[in-house]
Design a protein around this ligand. Structure first.
Ligand code: IPE
Ligand code: IPE
Ligand code: MG
Length: 235
C-alpha cells in the first residue's frame, strides 16, 4: 500500500459493550480486545505501518470497579508474557509509555524485560500506553524540566517546543499521523494530548474486539484523502 501513515495511534474502545452484547463478562471483552490487537499488529506491519501506539489503560481507568481493574492488570501481565514468548520468533519492538511506577513490581520487571529483549528489533514498533494520561505525561515532563533548571542542567532560555517534547514519554517517537478511535465515541479521553496536535482523526462505530484489517484499510484510505495543511497552504 502506498502513502501509509508511518505512525498510527489507536484508542481501543468498546470491550465492555462488546462483552455485554454477547452476554459475557467484562474480562471476556478485554481478552477479545487483546487478541484483536495481536492480530492487527501483524496486519499493520504487513501494510507498512512503522509505529502503532495503543491506549491500553488510562490514568482514569483506576476509577473502575476493583475487580475490573484487577482483571485488566492480570490480562496485561499475561499479554506482556505472551509478547516475551512471541519475541523469539517475530521482529516487533515493544515499549511502554505512561507512569509505570504505579504498577506492581512484578509487572514493572516483566515490562523492563520485554523492552530490553525487543530493543534491537527492526520490525513494527508497538508502543503500549499503560497508566497513561496526556495531562500526566505533560505534568511529569514539566516536573523533570523544572528539576533540570533548578539543578543548573538547563536554563529557561533553552526551553522551546522541541526541547519540551524531549521530556515527554514519547521523546523518541514522531507524532502520530493518524488517530483512530473505535466504538463510536468522539473524544480523546486524555490520550496523547500534546502529540496529536496535527494528527488526522478517524472515528468508527466498530467495537474494538471486532476491528479488523478491513477497518484499518478503510481508516487508511480515508487518511489518504485528507489534506494535511498544518496551518499553512498546500496550493
Ligand atoms: C476499552 O474498552 C478498554 C479499556 C478502557 C481498558 P472499555 O472497557 O472502555 O469498553 P466500553 O467503553 O465499556 O464498551
Ligand atoms: C479510553 O477509553 C481509555 C482506553 C481505551 C484505554 P475509556 O472507555 O476509558 O474512555 P471514556 O471513559 O469513555 O472517555
Ligand atoms: Mg470505554
Amino acid at each position: 500500500m502506498e502513502d501509509v501513515p508511518e505512525h498510527i495511534a489507536i484508542i481501543m474502545d468498546g470491550n465492555g459493550r462488546w462483552a455485554k452484547s454477547r452476554f459475557l463478562n467484562k474480562a471476556a471483552g478485554h481478552r477479545a480486545g487483546a487478541q484483536a490487537l495481536r492480530r492487527l499488529a501483524v496486519d499493520a506491519e504487513k501494510m507498512g505501518v512503522k509505529i502503532l501506539t495503543v491506549y491500553a489503560f488510562s490514568t482514569e481507568n483506576w476509577k473502575r470497579p476493583q475487580d475490573e481493574v484487577d482483571t485488566l492488570m492480570e490480562l496485561i501481565h499475561d499479554y506482556i508474557q505472551q509478547y516475551i514468548d512471541d519475541s523469539k520468533k517475530n521482529d516487533m519492538r515493544i515499549c511502554l509509555i505512561g507512569d509505570l511506577t504505579r504498577l506492581s513490581d512484578e509487572l514493572q520487571r516483566k515490562i523492563a524485560d520485554l523492552q530490553e529483549m525487543t530493543s534491537n528489533k527492526k520490525g513494527l514498533r508497538i508502543v503500549i500506553a499503560l497508566n497513561y494520561g496526556g495531562r500526566d505525561d505533560i505534568t511529569r515532563a514539566a516536573r523533570k524540566l523544572a528539576a533540570d533548571v533548578r539543578g543548573g542542567r538547563t536554563t529557561l532560555n533553552e526551553i522551546d517546543e522541541k526541547m519540551f517534547a524531549s521530556y515527554l514519554d514519547t521523546k523518541d517517537l514522531p507524532d502520530p499521523d493518524l488517530l483512530i478511535r473505535t466504538s463510536g465515541e468522539m473524544r480523546i479521553s486524555n490520550f496523547l494530548l500534546w502529540q496529536t496536535a496535527y494528527s488526522e482523526m478517524y472515528f468508527c462505530d466498530k467495537l474494538w474486539p471486532d476491528f479488523t484489517i478491513k477497518d484499518l484499510e478503510k481508516a487508511i484510505s480515508q487518511y489518504r484523502r485528507r489534506d494535511r495543511r498544518y496551518g499553512g497552504r498546500n496550493e
